[in-house]
Design a protein around this ligand. Structure first.
Ligand code: NCD
Length: 352
C-alpha cells in the first residue's frame, strides 16, 4: 500500500468546525473526545453526576479511589488558568492516575520553535491518555480532536481530548460543573429562572451552560440574559435556544429580573478578548453584585460565578461580606469541578 503523504498544511482553526464532528455521548463516554456540550443529553448528565456525587462521597469518607491507576493526563494550556488546570490535575490524581506537563509550560515547549499546533497536540497524545486543551481560538479543540484521531492505530496510545476552553467559543467541562452545582443546590434542571449576567458575548461559560440547559430539555426553565447591548449573547446561541424551545429573554436591566431568579450566574467582562481597551473600561463595571444588590434577590436563590472575579462583586471588602452570604456558592461550585472532572475522565477512559 502506498504511504499517504498528504501534507498537513496549516489551515484556519474554523475549518475544523466542519471537518471534525464531535460524537454524541448517547450513554457511552468511552474513548470519546469532549469538545462541545452539544454531545450531551439529559441522561448523559444524570449518569455523569451520579458518579461525580459518588466520588465526592468517597473522598469525604477518605476512601482511596484507584480506577485511574496507570492513566495519565496532560494539560496543554495556551491561555492562563487556575481552576480548570488545577481541578483537572487534582481530579486525575484523586482517581489514582498521574499528570504530565511540559515542564515549564507551553511557552517553553517546541511551540516556541515554531512547531505546528497539530504536531504539538500529537506529541502530548503520545505521552498522555487524556489531553486537556485550553486555547484562545474557537475551533482549536476540533482541530486537536481531528489530529488525535489520525494517530489512531499508528501508536500504542489512544488519547482522548477534552476542551478546557476555546477562546470565546465553548467551555464544556465548566458547563458540566455549573449544571452539577445547580442540581446540587436546586435539585434538578426544571422549573428554574436562571439569570446570566455580564459578558455574554465573549464569555464561553455562559454559552456552554445555556446550550446544555437547552439540550437537557429543561422543563419550565427560563433563561434571562442580562448584558449591555455591546455584550449581548451571540446569535448562534440565541438561535440554538429558540430551536430547542427554551424560554429566554434579554434585558440590560438586572433589577428587572433579580427578584425572580433562582440562579444568578455572574460573569467577568473578558478583558483579553477586547481589541479596544477603552471599550473594555467603559463596559467592565456594567453590573456589580454587592451585598446590597443581593438584598433584592430571593432568599433561596444561589449566586454563581465561574471565576476569576475581578470587580463584578465589588471591592475586596464587599467580596468578603458577600462570601458570608450562604447564597454565594462559588467555592462549592469550584470544588464540584474536581468531582465532575474525576467522573468525566473515568468515563472517557472507560474505567468507571
Ligand atoms: C472561565 C474561563 O476561563 O472561561 N474561568 C474558568 O475556567 N473557571 C471564566 C473566565 O475566565 O472569566
Amino acid at each position: 500500500m502506498p504511504v499517504n503523504m498528504e501534507r498537513y498544511e496549516p489551515r484556519e482553526f474554523s475549518d475544523f468546525l466542519e471537518r471534525y464532528i464531535p460524537e454524541l455521548i448517547n450513554g457511552s463516554f468511552e474513548g470519546k473526545h469532549i469538545v462541545s456540550v452539544e454531545q450531551f443529553r439529559r441522561n448523559d448528565l444524570n449518569q455523569l453526576f451520579e458518579l461525580a456525587f459518588d466520588f465526592r462521597e468517597a473522598v469525604k469518607n477518605e476512601e482511596i479511589i484507584e480506577v485511574g491507576k496507570g492513566k495519565t493526563m496532560a494539560a496543554l494550556f495556551y491561555e492562563p488558568s487556575t481552576r480548570t488546570d488545577m481541578s483537572f490535575q487534582s481530579a486525575m490524581v484523586t482517581i489514582g492516575g498521574d499528570v504530565n506537563a511540559a515542564s515549564n509550560g507551553v511557552d517553553f515547549s517546541s511551540v516556541s520553535k515554531g512547531e505546528t499546533f497539530a504536531d504539538t497536540v500529537r506529541a502530548f497524545g503520545c505521552y498522555a491518555d487524556v489531553v486537556v486543551l485550553r486555547h484562545p481560538t474557537v475551533g482549536s479543540s476540533y482541530e486537536a480532536a481531528y489530529y488525535l484521531d489520525r494517530l489512531n492505530g499508528t501508536i500504542i496510545n489512544n488519547p482522548v481530548l477534552i476542551n478546557g476552553g476555546d477562546g470565546p467559543g465553548e467551555h464544556p467541562t465548566q458547563a458540566l460543573l455549573d449544571a452539577m452545582t445547580i442540581v446540587d443546590f436546586k435539585g434538578g434542571f426544571d422549573g428554574l429562572n436562571i439569570t446570566m449576567v455580564g459578558d455574554l458575548k465573549y464569555g464561553r461559560t455562559v454559552k456552554s451552560l445555556s446550550k446544555l440547559f437547552a439540550l437537557c430539555e429543561a422543563q419550565d426553565t427560563r433563561i434571562q440574559l442580562v448584558s449591555p447591548k455591546a455584550l449581548r449573547m451571540t446569535e448562534d446561541v440565541l438561535s440554538f435556544l429558540s430551536d430547542h424551545n427554551i424560554d429566554f429573554s434579554e434585558t440590560e436591566d438586572l433589577e428587572e429580573v433579580i427578584g425572580e431568579s433562582d440562579v444568578i450566574y455572574l460573569t467577568r467582562v473578558q478583558k483579553e478578548r477586547f481589541d479596544d481597551q477603552d471599550e473594555y473600561e467603559r463596559l467592565k463595571d456594567s453590573y456589580i453584585i454587592t451585598p446590597s444588590v443581593m438584598e433584592r434577590a430571593k432568599e433561596e436563590a444561589i449566586l454563581m460565578h465561574p471565576l476569576p472575579r475581578v470587580s463584578e462583586m465589588g471591592s475586596a471588602a464587599e467580596q468578603d461580606l458577600l462570601d458570608k452570604d450562604p447564597r454565594l456558592v462559588i467555592f462549592q461550585q469550584m470544588e464540584n469541578g474536581r468531582w465532575v472532572r474525576m467522573a468525566l475522565m473515568a468515563k472517557v477512559l472507560g474505567v468507571a
